[in-house]
Design a protein around this ligand. Sequence first.
Ligand code: ADE
Length: 433
Amino acid sequence: MSYRVKDIALAERGRSLVAWARDHMPVLSRVREMFSSEKPLSGARIGACLHVTKETAVLVEALMEGGATVALCASNPLSTQDEVAAYLASIGVHVYAWRGMSSEEYYEAIGKVLSKAPHITIDDGADLVSTLHKLKYGEGSQELKIVEKIVGGDHIPKVIGGTEETTTGVVRLRSLAEEGKLLYPIIAVNDAYTKFLFDNRYGTGQSTIDGILRATNTLLCGKTFVVAGYGWCGRGIALRARGMGANVVVTEVNPLRALEAVMDGFTVKSMVEACRVGDIFVTATGNINVIRGEHILKMKDGAILANSGHFNVEINLNDLEVITKEKREIKANIAEHVLINGKKVYVLAEGRLVNLVAAEGHPSEVMDMSFANQALSVEYLVKRGRELRPAVYSVPKEIDEEVARLKLESMNVKIDELTEEQKKYLGSWKLGT
Ligand code: ADE
């Protein structure tokens, strides 16, 4: 058994955190029961790169119950819950994750997972898959050297299929597929209705506010709260910030989304305008350099900046360094920057995912659906992956609907069924006025 975690003595604390998550993940628990009796993943080696949280641990347990062995590394250097990593190591997971790993250690951990020759990959942000492809095509720089040393150039795992958890990862995979370089089929779990409608919107909405509040305890009502990006994550953040009494301003590059934000009752501005009026800024665009030096210099004294997008690239931290005169840590997850113009701004969680770094990520109840999709998609790939050509696939509709059905059942919500007459009506083009 190999693992590397911060402190294995934290395992008992991790065990109770995971028990709490398990008790709030009824759909994944049902999948786990099914896996336990049918063992559909028997003999499968799974390599996963996920935020190492209590919810991820419940997914890993379900996969193991299905007969798989699991190697796990972190999908962000700051998001690991060390107690949970220790607990996973204690139950036989090859886990390589601790909070605060360096960039080199992050890629070493990815190398360790790839060296276990996974049949199935599970990714959140596509770092595992893109590293494997860089190994194959010899592209990439520093990180590739680190990984090559561990995996060995000619030991690239032959993967049956993979899954991807998040929007950013799906975008990267589509670009790999468009270049004709994708080596195996990948299911975009992110794009399931039972994932993005709940996890991206309500999960990110709540956990982002949670991260900002845990870091700062700032009052939201009466503040101007700028949300960059009105995708599903941005929508959720805007909704929840409004619910807390903030005046929400949305910035967008897409006219349809901007119009939707206007009709949803938000003020829409360009970042050049918004930067002058905002008290709190949150990025959720999936793109680089959305808040740049020129914006930061125009911000109010005391502005708070946070990111909820997958990578720490949305706030231009290089620009910020250039215009910073002095910097100090106020407390964990708040860095004060005194700018060359004398104003102060505060950056939360080093510009990394504020919800996972300063809080605990999405609540178990939404990860329940996301990870049930993951587990069932992995089962699908183990059974059918060899028949699929390399491409990015949707989660099969039956899986998405089954997850919704089980979630409703767990909430004791009953719905109607179509009558025969209604089915006939929907199936006919002849009936009209
Ligand atoms: N992504 C967002 N929240 C998460 C959580 N609680 N666990 C794993 N991945 C996440």
